[in-house]
Design a protein around this ligand. Structure first.
Ligand SMILES: C[S@@+](CC[C@H](N)C(=O)[O-])C[C@H]1O[C@@H](n2cnc3c(N)ncnc32)[C@H](O)[C@@H]1O
Ligand SMILES: [Zn+2]
Length: 385
């Protein structure tokens, strides 16, 4: 931990400054030490250069979700392929003429919080190239240590903490980003509001959360029967998730393997004209399986969806409302739903009915996006051969 991170930090409970006690320092960083709140007498360790500010009592509610995420990163998603998927994902967005969520001009010279950074994928692929003043990555799981190893630069900092109980002062960040995280917290809107408190007035938030239309497949509207079958499948899937997310890792993994195999079968049948109706039958037969370009992707997506304790889906309107109620304006709805940017206009949101200034970019439909991405993956494989 770099000592200057203290300028942004405070005790998550009483909001008083921390006192830093150092046991080991190297390369201008505190490697081990303790952060002490002299007011409420709480102590938090610094381990391998990462400040670990977790509240044991609150953590009890989070223990299983934290563990599931740790297993996902460490035991399921370890393959290098995962990095490739993300690279091609950005390329697909560009090819379809989409407005990206992250743009360099919004980051240069800024103090950036990456809320739920995982292993720091966006810090590595995007933010580290944008000349940010500081980048602070936070995650509740042990993967934040991996994020530090992968992104240990002069302007990066990493903290293990819960997004609804952050050890940061009010209104200290110029930017916060959160990609694929808020829908995995018990109350996504509340988590968004908590993050907004740490953003300066005039600062920018940029988030991506799961889209409702994608989960409920309302966009295809091909037939009432198919829609009803799909809605039934979603209900079964949500029910199974409630049980599977509480299971130990080997059980979830076994289930994810089964679902990945179901997806493989469905995808194989879809290829041949004569077996297509059979593919639809496999697809609509619950429980639902997530597709992927190869078995590994099918496995990581199915593990992700069946292990996440919380998995909510939002409409664009709902997320715009989060921004409004947290005092934001100049909201930009960007191409891959639901990806939204906004500027914090007021410290304390005022309840009024004034419409927001909203900019809407052309949206990319989920299945159109997926098709483009699959083609890019195939082209990449052919080139490699
Ligand atoms: C799908 S991953 C996304 C990671 C990263 N943003 C990315 O795009 O690669 C979700 C991450 O959110 C983290 N997370 C979930 N709930 C959290 C909470 N309450 N506080 C902090 N992190 C949380 C998980 O540990 C996990 O690493
Ligand atoms: Zn305190």
């Amino acid at each position: 931990m770099k000592k200057r991170l203290l300028n942004y930090m405070c005790c998550p409970d009483c909001k008083k400054d921390f006192k830093l006690f150092i046991t080991k320092e190297a390369g201008g960083e505190v490697i081990t030490g303790t952060l002490v709140c002299e007011h409420c007498r709480k102590k938090y360790p610094i381990v391998d250069g990462v400040a670990v500010v977790l509240n044991d009592k609150k953590l009890k509610d989070f223990a299983k979700t934290k563990k599931n995420w740790e297993n996902w990163w460490k035991k399921v998603r370890q393959d290098d392929d995962a990095e490739l998927y993300e690279k091609l994902w950005t390329e697909a967005e560009k090819n379809l003429g989409g407005e990206p969520l992250y743009k360099k001009e919004h980051f240069t010279g800024k103090v950036v919080l990456d809320a739920g950074c995982g292993t720091g994928r966006h810090i590595k692929s995007d933010f580290s190239k944008y000349n940010c003043k500081e980048i602070i990555g936070v995650d509740i799981g042990m993967q934040v240590f991996e994020a530090k190893k992968k992104n240990n630069a002069a302007n990066t900092h990493f903290v293990q903490a819960d997004l609804t109980n952050l050890p940061f002062k009010k209104e200290v960040f110029d930017v916060f980003t959160s990609h694929g995280v808020l829908h995995h917290t018990p109350n996504p809107k509340y988590t968004f509001t908590c993050l907004s408190r740490h953003l300066k007035v005039g600062g920018r938030a940029m988030i991506y959360v799961y889209h409702k239309e994608w989960a409920h497949h309302t966009s295809h509207k091909k037939s009432l029967f198919l829609d009803a079958m799909y809605a039934n499948g979603v209900m079964v899937w949500q029910g199974i998730r409630k049980v599977s997310s509480r299971m130990p890792h080997p059980v979830i993994k076994g289930f994810a393997y089964t679902m990945a195999a179901k997806a493989s079968l469905q995808q194989a049948l879809e290829k041949k004209g004569i077996t297509k109706p059979l593919a639809s039958f496999v697809k609509l037969m619950p429980p639902f399986a997530y597709l992927g370009v190869n078995f590994h992707e099918r496995l990581i997506r199915n593990y992700d969806h069946y292990s996440a304790t919380f998995n909510y889906f939002q409409s664009i309107e709902e997320v715009v409302e989060w921004y409004k109620q947290a005092g934001f304006n100049d909201v930009e709805i960007v191409s891959v739903p639901v990806s939204i940017r906004g500027i914090k206009e007021k410290s304390k949101p005022v309840k009024d009915n004034k419409p927001l200034r909203i900019m809407q970019y052309p949206l990319i439909e989920h299945f159109e996006f997926r098709k483009e991405w699959e083609q890019l993956y195939k082209a990449h494989k052919r080139k490699k051969k």
